[in-house]
Each structure stands twice: as structure tokens, then as C-alpha cells.
Design a protein around this ligand. Structure first.
Ligand code: SF4
Length: 372
């Protein structure tokens, strides 16, 4: 396999963005996945779906944070019967996570769900699978096959990553074939393990055999800090290699953090062409402003600005060593001095700003740009 650089070099002579793996396009309640569509950020609620009001409340927080597709688990009929109520109160597509019981899937479809996550090989007899596929087809609902090493018997006793990856990919193909036999192709696939190497290899093997869009994730990644790093490492490898059409960063934390982490990751890889990217230095003995607090405040304030359609690079730098260079390179930047800094816009020096006014100044400029 060529590297992304080689692939881009062949095409354009230089690398601008990652060359994405070519996949089929599917439609999840209006959001396109695959076929070159922007990589969608998704998350999953952790409320009791039977309590539809709390579930809606959490989904609204996730929408606010930039979540583009949301999944709820439907463990029973009562939760499935809440799908239409939830859908009526949210803006983003709703996905149902269902295990084993095909009747829950049928109810979710009846209630207007936008996508199912269900493994056809786990829902019993052929007629049950056929019933779900028939209704999904009628309603134009895609199905995600999600194989997970933790619940996959063939992978559980395997200790080397290569064998685990092969077992995951083989299981996914098995489920895929069931749908293909029924002429159902609106499929997305995920192949998750908590081990990065096994996960990456599994996705690569699957991508070499089928072109269905890939839902990327590292499962059971862990807490906010270590889980974010583990997910960034694993997803970063795959995204760099052009794999992935939608991502979920799984964290043992508030799902809003998953959405924030996913956006930051996509932006860091230049795969997200909207939103604010903050560039800041690590601080050192030359720093003469409270940069750590300024950047933290800036991040919070910037997160509240919505509708930023274009990418915006904001550099907040501690001193004049690297500051002016970064600030000049960014759309907006400040290079620090003693309790003040030099403000740059589009590479030009604008004026001096006191350090206690950096955040408000930057936010005002960003808001004006968004309006304009
Ligand atoms: Fe230190 Fe200046 Fe570099 Fe920041 S930009 S780390 S303050 S030398």
C-alpha cells in the first residue's frame, strides 16, 4: 500500500489533504457517510433510553457540542417505543443499538429510526433477519455491523494481535455476507478491539475486501485523559492511512467529551475544515503572561461560538521567540510580551493588547468574522 504522501504525490504533486479510502456512500437520516463525504462525528448517550426526556436532554447537549449522529441503546421494547418521541425533539440522526432481539429492531424502524446497529448473525433464524432487512430496505435505513473483540467468541482466546484482527475481519465479513445475500448494501462496518494494533489491522483487512463505509473507534479506550490519547493514537493511524468515514471516540466520561475529542482529532489531522484550531506554546521561563489560564479561558469561550463554517487558526503565544512567526501564520494571533502582546490578523500587525484583554479581543474578532 502506498503511503498517503505517495498517493497524493501521484495525484497532485503535493499533499494537501489525506487521500481517503474510496467507499460507498450511505445516508443516515440526511447525513452522508462514505463516498468522500466529510467524516462525521458521532457519540452515544449514556442515559436510560426508557427515560426519553433525559435522553433528549443529553442529545441536545451533544448537538450543541457538534455531535452529528447519535446512537442510543435499545435494550427492550419500552426503549424502542420511545424512538419517535426522541426523534421529534432532536435535530441529528438517531441510531438504534440493538442486540439479539429482532423485534426491537422492527419496532425501532416502525418508530422512524435512522439507522440500526445490529449484527445480523446474532438475531436468530433466517426469517428474522429477512424481516429486519426487508423493513430496513423499505424505510431506506442503513445497518451498521459492529464486531467487537470483547463479545466475539472467535477472538476471545486469541492473544496475538494479528490473529485477533483476522478473527474480527472474518466475523464482519460473515455478517456482511448475510446482508449481501438479501441484496442489502446500505451497510457501515466497525471492527473494534481495545488493542490498537488489532483494531487497525482488522480495519485494514476489512477495507481490502469490501468498500462499505467504516465507522472507526477504539473500544473501551478508558478515561477522559488516557482514553482520548489511546483513541487519538489508534484513530490517527487509520485516518492518516485514509481509512474512516465516521468516528466515535469512546470514553468513560461525559459523551460531550467524546464529541470534543473527535472534533479536535479531525482538526489536528486537517480532516475537519471548520471550527477554531487554537495553537499555543507550552510556556517557559520567557513567558510573562498567564498563558495557561488565557488559553484555557479562550478554549471555553471559543467552544460557545457556533456556525463557524470555515477553519480558523488562532495562535496564542507566550513570547517573541516563536510568537510572531506562529501568530503571523495563523488567521488571528497574539505574540506575548510583558503583560501584553502584539495582535496579528491575516499576517499583519494590528496593535498591542493587554494580556487581560486577549480573550475578549480574540473572541470579538472571531465573532465579527463569523458574522461577516
Ligand atoms: Fe517560551 Fe516563547 Fe516558546 Fe512560549 S513561544 S515556549 S514563551 S520561547
Amino acid at each position: 500500500m502506498d503511503s498517503v504522501f505517495q498517493r497524493n504525490d501521484k495525484k497532485k504533486g503535493h499533499m494537501k489533504y489525506f487521500k481517503r479510502n474510496e467507499t460507498r456512500k450511505i445516508n443516515i437520516g440526511g447525513v452522508k457517510i462514505g463516498g468522500g463525504a466529510p467524516i462525521a462525528v458521532q457519540s452515544m448517550t449514556n442515559t436510560d433510553t426508557r427515560d426519553w426526556k433525559s435522553t433528549v436532554k443529553q442529545i441536545k447537549q451533544l448537538e450543541e457540542a457538534g455531535c452529528e449522529i447519535i446512537r442510543v441503546s435499545l435494550p427492550d421494547m419500552e426503549s424502542a417505543q420511545n424512538v419517535s418521541k426522541i426523534k421529534k425533539n432532536i435535530k441529528i440522526p438517531l441510531v438504534a443499538d440493538i442486540h439479539f432481539d429482532y423485534r426491537i429492531a422492527l419496532e425501532a424502524i416502525k418508530q422512524g429510526i435512522d439507522k440500526l446497529r445490529i449484527n445480523p448473525g446474532n438475531i436468530g433464524s433466517k426469517d428474522r433477519v429477512e424481516a429486519v432487512v426487508r423493513e430496513a430496505k423499505k424505510a431506506h435505513i442503513p445497518i451498521r455491523i459492529g464486531v467487537n473483540a470483547g463479545s466475539l467468541k472467535s477472538a476471545q482466546n486469541l492473544h496475538d494481535n494479528n490473529s485477533k484482527a483476522k478473527a474480527l475481519a472474518a466475523a464482519a465479513i460473515e455478517h456482511v455476507k448475510i446482508l449481501e445475500k438479501l441484496k442489502f448494501y446500505d451497510i457501515a462496518v466497525s471492527l473494534k478491539a481495545s488493542n490498537i494494533a488489532a483494531t487497525v489491522e482488522a480495519y485494514k483487512i476489512f477495507a481490502s475486501k469490501r468498500n462499505y463505509p467504516l465507522h472507526l473507534g477504539i473500544t473501551e479506550a478508558g478515561s477522559l485523559f488516557s482514553g482520548t490519547i489511546k483513541s487519538a493514537a489508534g484513530l490517527g493511524i487509520m485516518l492518516y492511512d485514509g481509512l474512516g468515514d465516521t468516528v466515535r471516540v469512546s470514553l468513560t466520561a461525559d459523551p460531550v467529551e467524546e464529541v470534543k475529542a473527535a472534533h479536535s482529532l479531525l482538526r489536528a489531522l486537517n480532516l475537519r475544515k471548520s471550527g477554531i484550531e487554537i495553537i499555543s506554546c507550552p510556556t517557559c521561563s520567557r513567558t510573562e503572561v498567564d498563558l495557561i489560564k488565557i488559553v484555557a479561558d479562550m478554549e471555553q469561550a471559543a467552544a460557545k461560538i457556533k456556525n463557524i463554517k470555515k477553519p480558523l487558526k488562532v495562535a496564542i503565544m507566550g513570547c517573541v521567540v516563536n510568537g510572531p512567526g506562529e501568530a503571523r501564520e495563523a488567521d488571528i494571533g497574539i505574540a506575548g510580551g510583558k503583560n501584553e502582546g502584539i495582535l496579528f490578523q491575516d499576517g499583519k500587525i494590528i496593535r498591542k493588547v493587554k494580556s487581560n484583554e486577549w480573550v475578549s479581543t480574540l473572541i470579538k474578532i472571531i465573532k465579527d468574522r463569523v458574522k461577516g
